[in-house]
Design a protein around this ligand. Sequence first.
Ligand code: FE2
Ligand code: FE2
Length: 552
Amino acid sequence: MRLKRQASISRRDFFKGAGVVATSPLSLLGEAQSSPAGDGTPEQIHLSWGEDPAHAVFVSWVSAAQAVHPRVLLHRGRATRVVQAIQRTYTDGLNGQTVFTYHARLDDLTADTAYRYSVTADNDSLVQKPFAARFRTAPVGRRAFRWTSYGDLATPNTSWKLSSPQSGHAVDAVEQFKPLFHLLNGDLCYANLNWSAQPAVWADFGNNVQRSAAYRPWMPCPGNHEIEFCNGSQGFGSYLTRYSLPDNGTPFPGCWYRFQVGSALFISLSADDVIYQDSGAFHAGPEPYMPDASTGNAAIMPGTSLYIRGYSGGEQTRWLERTLAAARRDRSIDWIIVQMHQDALSSSKNGNGSDKGIREAWLPLFDRYGVDLVLCGHDHDYERSWPVRGCKRQVGRDAASGEPVDTLQPQPVLTRDPPDRRFDAMQGTIHLVLGGGGTSSPLDIYGVNPVSGLPQAKVITKPNRPKPGAIAGTFVKDGADALEDAIWSAKRDTVSGYGIGVFDLDPHLPGGKTSVTVRYFHAAGADRGPTSRYELFDSIVLIKDRRDLKGA
Ligand SMILES: [Fe+2]
Ligand SMILES: [Fe+2]
């Protein structure tokens, strides 16, 4: 299935010169009337890497009304450079609110260098003393650096579905570890569960993360809760308007991308393109939902779900294979790290489980090109897999009938921690579920085979499209349809559904080796109430030969 991309929300079409009239005819009506005094004060300020993180950084923000002469002042030493921002807008397809976003691309930066910047506009209420922050560009070559990751963050405003005060502590946790950048692996704020107020949920998210994301890039991938009704063909209109991300050279800019920092290549994917699970925007009913009249959008009927499997028509998988093949020819790249939202290997019992779609489309590529780490969310817990390579056929079974089902069960290359917990990264790919950002819904109960007592996983092997529910006029979606023994599961956190992954790359070990130290800090007790304490729960080291040395 290939869905037609809606031209009106493509990122390129939204690129407009600073200060010009927004693309939507509703923009001036909707926002100018409801905002105080044409307020162009920047908020929701965040950074992202350009294609080359050593030399290019985007500064992005939102203002309540259209900004006049939006700009970034970039300072280094006594020199100041003024960079004009471009405007991108979208009008929310459900409540009709127009959102004004601004993006300044800071080019020609010096690698591994600290910069100060400020963000302002002529109608910024703080124009005399505008918002200011600092950031550091990425290093070039084999240099040590740290990144962090989690997904499923939500907002601290408990008025919104799935929001929780823990999402505030999660932002502080990133600052505690001071990474060069943070990977936010999908389900950013769950705006798509709050139909009358999606832009307000995004605003609470953006203002919560600003105290970290304005100081170090937060690099996202889209999750199922970025899929919104009436906001573009894939529902990513809000997400794509708000973020400036490295170009992927395909008709789907921003959906997936790559960037290199030091000796590591980072690949961010849009797994909704390949998964079987139907978990985007969904209307259960029983009454039709009527978008605001200003949008002109038709009623959303009960049983409607925005299911986007196959949306790129294979474009993403072809890009992934090209990208991986090029990385393996490039001797400056020792490590390949993938982030995506949904899971190929998750054994959460009260969550979603594993998706066969990822196993079919991408795990063979991860095997062929030696991807080292896959960082996911979606299930709100922590789980680490053993290194896996290949799969075993026909060993799953249907959850209802018990009949055999081919789940493509991933095969662990070892099932015991090696001495000193130092893994040879060449042996297999390790998957981490890091879905413990800050939602109100921890999912840290895990499947157990009732006969063997060993880990068991739910697997989604076919589309779970809406079907009529027990109450007249309502619709429901089934959970995972199959089960398998989770022989690949190495560690599961039953204490807390919340935490943060911390990754330290060391490019120079004795003997021409390089390592990535993986640590997971969890927020013990957060399942019962918010906490600012993050404690070490799991730690391993991945080791491999550097690829630039002779014979490597
Ligand atoms: Fe989630
Ligand atoms: Fe999710």
